[in-house]
Design a protein around this ligand. Structure first.
Ligand code: PLP
Length: 406
């Protein structure tokens, strides 16, 4: 099984010559086509919007593409709100899902007029106090369905999660919020991560429907919108199959259409993940007790394999992604889990070859770090006409040492 790459070796060498190696390359056309596919699947639902989870790929040059495709943004921190402010995005184009939220962040969110999603009962009065008697457009409450939903492998059991409120608490929050001058109240939940079964999201919709009905026993028509969260998975392994958006949408429709509420999601990974590639050049092929391919990227560029043991497919440009050799592909960090692949079957690799690490377009560069004094790579957007645009420059030692009091 293999994965395709939207550029050949010659093109990649040109891009790396211009922008340096290692490098993140994002395929603009892939991202746009995918966003359109998602929006088309939910076209029956007027007001449907995916709020792209900014933490997945917090780079304005890429976020702008998503904005052009009609997406909003899901922010979880003050810095992410400030990124939005920098991009000129505000109001209902932002869903602010934070937790353990400081009052100042509610104040900034209110200033920007964003949809504020409240995680816990303790924070309802803090938000209301920050709001005062101002009129406000939209506020959501984060629901944790506890035992109602089985949870999934990566995110775990909802009852063990620190997020959200029980149904009783949600109702209590609604009672407090409905006394303020807020036009639209909504309900949010997020119980999946990298989930590849369509039915999981239909079940989530059903649980949300039941919660809406319970709330509306006391407060008829109180819920104007629901956010089903993110967590659509992607086939990191070419043997997995991609989610069928239409199937999810049809299932969600059968559960939620009768409620007449606006429907939102907040996927990050599924939107940009498959369309981001980490390009890295081979420095050495080293024979120890095993054979190691030493590349110029390290775990600080992409930590998912080292941190979660996550599979990322690798192709060798010009040679393909299958062969007779077995390698560990490693970086230069002084941590033995700095490995992009262990015992991976690949074509024979030589110094100077370019490896493409697939599915790095979400939770990739964004999770980068500076341990060992390693510096993060640049990011470029590959336009449909083949030109590239630098959307984040490479880090320098000056960036790294900026906070030091020498
Ligand atoms: C991380 C996160 C998302 C996005 O998750 P993906 O797996 O990238 O889809 C959405 N909503 C919330 C609240 C999150 O924390």
């Amino acid at each position: 099984m293999s994965k395709t790459v939207p550029f050949n070796k010659e093109k990649a060498l040109g891009i790396l010559a211009e922008h340096g190696s290692p490098l993140y390359v994002y395929d603009e056309k892939g991202i746009r086509d995918n966003a359109q596919k998602l929006n088309d699947a939910f076209a029956w639902s007027s007001g449907y919007k995916n709020y792209f989870a900014v933490k997945a790929t917090p780079t304005p040059g890429i976020l702008r593409v998503l904005r052009e495709e009609g997406m909003g943004f899901d922010c979880s921190s003050r810095s992410e709100l400030l990124l939005m402010q920098g991009m000129g995005v505000s109001g209902n184009d932002i869903f602010f899902t934070s937790n353990n939220t400081p009052r100042e962040d509610f104040e900034l969110a209110i200033e920007l007029g964003v949809i504020v999603n409240i995680d816990d009962l303790t924070q309802v009065p803090v938000f209301l106090d920050a709001l005062g008697d101002k009129e406000y457009d939209s506020v959501a409450v984060r629901y944790n369905p506890g035992d109602e939903h089985g949870g999934n492998e990566i995110i775990g059991q909802p009852t063990e999660a620190k997020y959200g409120m029980s149904l009783e608490q949600v109702i209590e929050a609604y009672e407090m919020l409905s006394k303020a001058n807020i036009k639209h109240l909504g309900l949010h939940t997020m119980v999946a991560s990298n989930e590849l079964h369509e039915e999981f999201f239909v079940k989530t919709a059903q649980i949300i429907k039941n919660a809406v009905k319970s709330i509306e026993v006391k407060m008829p028509n109180a819920v104007k919108f629901v956010n089903l969260g993110g967590g659509f998975g992607i086939p990191y392994n070419p043997e997995d199959s991609a989610l069928d958006y239409q199937k999810i949408s049809d299932g969600v429709r059968s559960e939620l259409e009768e409620l007449g509420v606006e429907i939102y999601t907040e996927n990050g990974r599924a939107i940009t993940g498959p369309y981001g590639y980490l390009l890295t050049s081979v420095r050495y092929v080293m024979e120890k007790y095993k054979t190691y391919v030493g590349v110029d990227a390290s775990m600080h560029n992409l930590m998912r394999p080292g941190m979660y043991g996550a599979y990322h497919h690798i192709s060798v440009l010009g040679k393909g992604d299958d062969g007779d050799m077995t390698y560990d592909v490693v970086g230069s960090l002084c941590e033995n889990n700095d490995k992009f692949a262990i015992d991976r079957r690949l074509p024979e690799v030589e110094p100077g070859d370019i490896l493409v690490i697939h599915d790095a377009g979400a939770h990739g560069h964004a999770m980068g770090f500076n341990y060992n004094g390693l510096l993060r790579s640049a990011e470029v957007l590959l336009h449909e006409d083949g030109s590239t645009e630098l959307v984040r420059r490479v880090e320098t030692f000056e960036d790294y040492s900026r906070t030091i009091q020498w």
